[in-house]
Design a protein. Structure first.
Length: 208
């Protein structure tokens, strides 16, 4: 059976939720923060990051968007197939959320990787929050335009990743109250049984 490696507070929650939604035969192995840099995990993923899926033959798949794509192809329903209109939109949404919004958090979580001086890091943080404000406004508007409950109008894996991003927003100076559609989405997700299961398996709590 494949194993998904997760860690509290990380975007590995998105494929964890997808596995719960699909009832896919994938084991969840949650590691403590910091263990992703230890030899035992680096043997699985030398990049030292979660999520990572290790298959029975020893092959390893990393990156949340790639893992979600595999889950949809291997265990999903027709609506998750990328050759459908909804599937194509889902792939686009996941690419945006992972390659742009998630990536923008580098200036928040690790400004020291981008600059040395305190002044430069402060400037990076300022620009990071400015960029994130634009991203969250776009996400909020898209969600609202599609009815407010699901990002693409119907539940897809994009909602799992979006939920992670709404949790991370609380770690910044931005406020979820400025994005009412995202706030509603977070509440919808936290009432979902699959999300509750994934949070428990990843040693996390609803924000509620």
């Amino acid at each position: 059976m494949p194993t998904l490696y997760t860690m509290p507070g990380t975007c590995s929650l998105a494929p964890n939720i997808a596995i719960a939604w699909l009832n896919a035969p994938v084991e969840i192995h949650n590691i403590a923060y910091g263990d992703h840099k230890k030899d035992a995990f680096l043997e699985i993923n030398p990049k030292g990051k979660v999520p990572a899926v290790r298959f029975d033959d020893g092959d390893v798949l990393t990156e949340a968007a790639a893992i979600l794509s595999w889950l949809g192809a291997a265990h999903g329903f027709e609506k998750y197939a990328h050759n459908t209109e909804l599937g194509r939109k889902e792939a686009e949404a996941l690419a945006y959320m992972s390659s742009e919004v998630h990536a923008a958090y580098g200036g928040h979580f690790a400004p020291g990787n981008l600059a040395d001086s305190d002044a430069a890091q402060d400037e990076i943080k300022r620009k990071t929050y400015e960029n994130l404000k634009g991203h969250y406004t776009r996400l909020n508007d898209q969600l609202k335009a599609n009815g407010g409950s699901w990002y693409l109008g119907k539940r897809t894996f994009a909602d799992a990743f979006l939920y992670v991003l709404t949790r991370w927003l609380d770690k910044t100076p931005l406020s979820i109250d400025d994005y009412p559609a995202l706030k509603k989405h977070r509440a919808v997700m936290e009432a979902d049984e699959g999300v509750k299961k994934a949070l428990k398996l990843q040693d996390m709590e609803p924000i509620g």
